[in-house]
Write a protein that binds this ligand. Sequence first.
Ligand code: FAD
Length: 402
Amino acid sequence: MQAPTMTPPRNKVDSFESPDFYCIDDLLTAEHKLVRSAVRDFVKREITPIVEEYAQRAEFPKQLVKKFGKIGAFGATIPTEYGGGGLDQISYGLMTQEIERGDSGMRSCVSVQNSLVMHPIHAFGSDEQKQKFLPRLATGDLIGCFGLTEPNHGSDPGSMETNFIERSDYYLLNGSKIWITNANIADIGIVWARSDQGKIRGLILERGMEGFTTAEIKNKWSLRASTTGEMVFQDVQVPKANMLPNAFGLKSALKCLEQARYGISWGAVGAAMECYEVARRYSLERIQFNKPIASFQLVQKKLAEMLTEITKAQLLCWRLGTLMNEGRATNAQISLAKRNNVEIALNVARDARQILGAMGISGEYPIMRHLMNLESVSTYEGTHDIQLLILGADITGIPAFK
Ligand code: FAD
């Protein structure tokens, strides 16, 4: 039997160039392009050379936290007076696109810090809370997490059991949260809990508060380079100054999720672009039947469909970013983009995996890592089906998830 010839592993030097079939770059400002190019360089230098090994070891590259702070990836849209970047939503979207091109887990870390920690403090916090936390979150001196999901309440967070009782000078918090990105490395957590009057409020938990513990969730096959954990609250005395004064009800928590879904819409396109580019290059180099496999119609069909979907998703992101900048984007518009772009990214990753044949499952290429990561991205911040039901409710006026 003839020994199979293996295509040599891809050179680990990252020479990514993004597809831009519809000249969408023409719609970007000089600042957008500058931000994208700085983050792309960062990803090539700091993420792609190491992330596969961290994913294999199921370890979060914690050294990146300060580096994200340095390049302005934390608090990108927060005003500069609080240490943020003061950038617009399209610049922020391009950042998440580039970071997720490297790895969805790295983008998860950035999304949580921006949309689920800094955003609620900025939108719902007191001035003292903003001064105390935002500048250090922006530099990465502090890392945060967001606790909404509970063991018995995922898609239905309105039924949460985590609760607090008002005492004279503190709130007594009990309960638990699960599947929390960054939980076990977080210095602070935005935790959503029900008051003794039945109202949902947001509290800022700080590492070291007695009765507050975290534990890492092991054995994940997805987002392996991201850290995910549980938060447990046992008679935690949370100072009254740590309640977000302007967050009332579940709608405030859901507002944070909208911000996160917006970043995910862009991020998923980054993962799709990487899978497409790797598959395109591989198909030109891989010889079967004495020809590059790129010469076969069925391979071209896959590549053509990938590029079509990526181009549509890029346009969706740009338009959604414009609506976000104008303050006009609705939650249903954001859900449409999150659902569509994660779905197309998963399909692109699956087709890329096919094009690479056996090499598609190897850690020498990023495809399988992206494919497995995107399975989580499709579930978190509201599952694929819940996004669809948000759209359904918008179309019909009838929420079908209740
Ligand atoms: P369930 O709600 O039990 O849903 C299971 C299935 O039932 C899904 O297919 C769902 O679509 C379907 N379903 C549920 N209700 C309906 C309905 N009414 N109609 C139709 N179908 C329905 N949460 C946080 O709070 N903070 C985080 O930082 C965070 N990070 C995460 C990181 C990872 C890696 C993962 C995997 C999850 C993370 N989550 C986080 C949790 C995530 O948001 C939840 O997993 C998600 O909301 C779904 O909840 P669930 O897993 O309990 O699924």
